[in-house]
Design a protein around this ligand. Structure first.
Ligand code: ZN
Length: 228
């Protein structure tokens, strides 16, 4: 079949398609179904390329669609949505950081936004005065303990020696312990001026450690059987 010009060829194709429409659609369907099975990678690559072309041509449509999808998910399952969002952020830390930096730069460059932020924070502090005070004093106490105990420490070897000294028993109830169950207890708690030196550390069971909390208990060295 020869064609005088492009127009003829196109008209012929259109006529051919109209005549064999059903057959052509069926053949195309069959071809794509087979491709999905035989060349899934190629199909995926093609879909990816098509999506990319579409996104380049209509960036605002793609953004709007993504926004709508997220909105729908959030409405349908608020908790699940939060988890998905959290997982995504954990996986795309650098992207999130870049986005946050850009957002922060925008705020810093806009005096109105900056003023609004200060006002919001002021309102929060007024509304949650007790909470803010508690957090502040907690941080202060932590900082004090940290600076006071900065030079005291106990190495892993020293800690093992402390456990051995107590015969791998709880220093308060003599419950048998092992590396998995032992807990490190500060005889004089850090909050009460204790240190991280080995001499202030004893092995304890979880129960005693929890009950003791910030109190000072006198550890009892177990009477280790000598000889036997
Ligand atoms: Zn105990």
């Amino acid at each position: 079949m020869s064609h005088k010009n492009l127009w003829d060829k196109r008209a012929y194709q259109q006529k051919y398609y109209a005549l064999h429409r059903e057959k052509l659609i069926a053949a195309s369907k069959e071809y794509h179904a087979r491709e999905m099975i035989e060349n899934p990678e190629r199909v995926r690559a093609r879909v990816r390329a098509a999506k990319k072309r579409y996104a380049e041509r209509h960036p605002e449509r793609v953004l709007e669609q993504a926004r709508r999808t997220m909105q729908r998910r959030r409405e349908k399952d608020p908790v699940g949505y939060l988890n998905v969002a959290r997982a995504w952020r954990a996986k795309n830390k650098e992207r999130v950081a870049k986005y946050e930096r850009a957002k922060e730069a925008k705020v810093q460059a806009d005096p109105i936004k900056l003023a609004a932020r200060y006002e919001n924070r002021r309102q929060y502090r007024i509304k949650n005065a007790a909470k803010v005070r508690a957090t502040k004093s907690l941080y202060k106490a932590r900082r004090r303990i940290k600076s006071r105990t900065a030079d005291s420490s106990c190495s892993a070897v020293q800690w093992m020696a402390r456990c051995a000294l107590y015969g791998w028993r709880c220093a308060y109830c003599w419950f048998d312990l092992n590396k998995m169950t032992v807990q490190m207890d500060h005889v004089v708690p850090l909050a009460k001026g204790g240190s991280n030196w080995p001499s202030n550390l004893v092995p304890a069971c979880g129960k005693c450690n929890m009950r003791k909390n910030a109190r000072v208990w006198i550890p009892k060295l177990p009477l280790l059987s000598v000889g036997g």
